[in-house]
Write a protein that binds this ligand. Structure first.
Ligand code: NAP
Length: 377
């Protein structure tokens, strides 16, 4: 929650002794009048809910302390947001909505926004954008205070398909712009499928995604998307894309990062090359979440710091310098997952060491179904 910060009077200026008595009394009465006006303005904006005006927005943001993006730089000692090349602030913890079923995703989004989340990670393929959009509207939180991500599905990589795909997501979400639009996978699908309904990869567009990227850049120029990025790109695929003369660099790369697949090389490379990573399936996804939360090192850190194992893991992700996208439709867990705290160095090191001590194991890998080795180096 944001609090109002007043400009402090410099310590070396003693107002009482510097100003003559009459001038002081004039100033005091002017100050009282100002207070009366300020109070009246506050009451007017609060009571009338005059949302459209800049004044209403500023008052809601700075005075009510909710329904606004927290502009505090840190929360629990960890970054509350990262700044993208566009200058936009992307909150470090988002609610993920993959596999959040229709009929429950809306409630999860509302719980999250009421708990303070201001970042929702969705995608066209999740099939729940309409309910997500409706839930966002129902909270009454201003659109500009919420960071909304969607993703371009593999069937729409042909440049002419990109703008219509975005339009569909915008329509479903009930918004006229996205904060972030990602190429969901570095795999383009052809229009036709195999006789048993499996996708057929368009290898040209998969090996060279630059035409798709140029179509995304046009969306930025149109104002319908504020930032563009990629997902599931390894270093080779990212270097292949960025070797082109890009107008806009990928703002983020959203990849699987969790205790079982911590990808220390990618995290280190991304840090050195200014690529912001987003950690998906941060708890190990539904298949592995129980296992993750039972890891002795994670349990020990949680016990010592009096936090939950999920909070220890989510905090570890942010402390690694990544954005983290935990998914839950359980209200208590949605709230729990938002409470990150900076781990003492030895606790952070204990989780990092345990995570990188075993052979990596991915939970999300569609390579076999798609006939493309997605993560091939
Ligand atoms: P996840 O967030 O690692 O795990 C979700 C599972 O953990 C759910 O079963 C959830 O159960 C459970 N859970 C959540 N918080 C918990 C807690 N505090 N205690 C115990 N259990 C808890 O996995 P994910 O859904 O695979 O990934 C998260 C998000 O990443 C997705 O929603 C999506 O936005 C993004 N993602 C992106 C891609 C991509 O290709 N770009 C791929 C996968 C995921 P309940 O819901 O029942 O509470």
């Amino acid at each position: 929650m944001s609090t109002i910060k007043y400009e402090p009077i410099p310590n070396d200026v003693d107002v009482e002794n510097v100003l003559p008595r009459q001038r002081r009394s004039d100033l005091r009465s002017k100050f009282r009048i100002f207070h009366v006006f300020a109070l009246a303005a506050l009451m007017y904006a609060a009571v009338s809910g005059f949302r459209a005006t800049g004044l209403g927005r500023i008052l809601r943001t700075h005075c009510t302390g909710f329904k606004s993006i927290s502009t505090a730089a840190t929360r629990g000692g960890l970054p509350n947001y990262y700044t993208l090349p566009s200058g936009d602030k992307i909150p470090s913890v988002a609610l993920g909505v993959w596999q959040a079923a229709k009929g429950e995703v809306g409630a999860a989004v509302k719980t999250a926004l009421n708990a303070g989340y201001r970042h929702i990670d969705g995608a066209w393929i999740y099939g729940n954008e309409a309910e997500v959009g409706a839930a966002i509207k129902e909270t009454g939180i201003s659109r500009e205070d919420i960071f909304i991500t969607s993703k371009l599905w593999n069937s729409f990589h042909q440049p002419d398909d990109v703008a219509p795909a975005l339009e569909e997501s915008l329509k479903r979400l009930g918004t006229d712009y996205l904060d972030l639009y990602l190429i969901h996978w570095p795999v383009a699908f052809k229009k036709e499928t195999t006789s048993d309904g499996k996708p057929i990869a368009d290898l040209d567009l998969t090996n060279d995604p630059y035409p798709t990227w140029k179509a995304l850049e046009k969306l930025v120029d149109s104002g319908k998307v504020k930032n563009i990025g990629v997902s599931n790109f390894n270093i080779r695929r990212l270097q292949n894309l960025t070797a082109n003369n890009l107008k806009y660099q990928p703002a983020v790369n959203q990849v699987e990062l969790n205790f079982w697949n911590p990808q220390p090389d990618l995290v280190s490379w991304a840090g050195k090359n200014g690529v912001l990573l987003e950690a998906y399936s941060p708890l190990g996804s539904t298949q592995q979440v129980k296992e993750t939360l039972s890891v002795p090192e994670i349990k020990a850190v949680a016990k010592e710091l009096r936090i939950t194992p999920a909070q220890a893991v989510i905090s570890w992700h942010v402390q690694r310098g990544t954005i983290v996208l935990p998914k839950s439709v359980t209200p208590s867990r949605v709230e729990e997952n938002f409470k990150v705290v900076k781990l003492p160095q030895e606790s952070f090191d204990a989780i990092e060491k345990a995570a990188t001590a075993h052979p990596p194991k991915r939970v999300v890998d569609p390579s076999k179904n798609w006939g493309v080795d997605v993560f091939e180096d």
